[in-house]
Design a protein around this ligand. Structure first.
Ligand code: GAR
Length: 199
């Protein structure tokens, strides 16, 4: 099975996934990193792992769909079976989602459906949540919405600072994302409507 990661930022999740592939926890090939941000640190991480990285400049495309069509073409050429969004800060077009039905995963740093969108950890913190967490889900045409694969919670201790909560959420992400991908690669996920059964 061939995996592609799409990312825009630091890439700590990319690194956790690359390590999981390298150690054979995930038995698949991490073929390519695609990014929309030329300066993203995730590119440095990809180079360290010897994984091909492709920067696609959104400014060279007149619309979201034309950009996504180009990405989809790259993914088809690379014979990608699973598209992993890891801090990819672009909303996918319905066209793209239809090309890879139930083959796109996303990670979100909150317990969906709470705190959709950006800045989720800080928003949960400021809201005063005593429990927040991480969600890995399949991607559908709505943002942070598709069927949930795994979730994990993080308890916000008395007097915990935002930085500490962020650290704990990220640590959990780095466990849950490789786990969800491993389950997919081993064909242990069965999707029925909104429910994802782990078999
Ligand atoms: C992660 O916390 C991920 O959950 C979040 O971006 C961060 C990327 O970190 N994604 C979203 O908020 C998507 N709605 P990373 O670049 O270090 O993997």
């Amino acid at each position: 099975m061939n995996i592609a990661v799409l990312a825009s930022g630091s890439g700590s999740n990319f690194e956790a996934i690359a390590k999981a592939v390298k150690t054979n926890y995930i038995k698949a090939c991490l073929k390519v990193l695609i990014t929309d941000n030329e300066k993203a640190f995730v590119r440095v991480r990809a180079k360290r792992f010897g994984i091909k990285d492709i920067f696609v400049n959104p400014k060279h495309f007149s619309s979201r769909v034309s950009f996504d069509k180009h990405i989809a073409k790259i993914l088809k050429n690379e014979k990608i079976n699973l598209v992993v969004l890891a801090g990819y800060m672009r909303v996918l077009s319905p066209y793209f989602v239809r090309q890879f039905q139930h083959q796109i995963m996303n990670i979100h740093p909150a317990l969906l459906p709470a705190f959709k969108g950006t800045g989720a950890i800080e928003r949960a913190y400021r809201y005063g949540c005593k429990i927040t967490g991480v969600t890995v889900h399949f991607v559908d045409e709505k943002v942070d919405h598709g069927p949930i694969i795994v979730q994990g919670h993080v308890v916000r201790g008395e007097g915990m600072r935002l930085e500490e909560l962020e650290k704990r959420v990220h640590k959990l992400e780095h466990i849950l994302y490789p786990l969800a991908i491993k389950l997919y690669v081993e064909r242990k996920l069965k999707i029925k409507g909104r429910n994802v059964k782990i078999i």
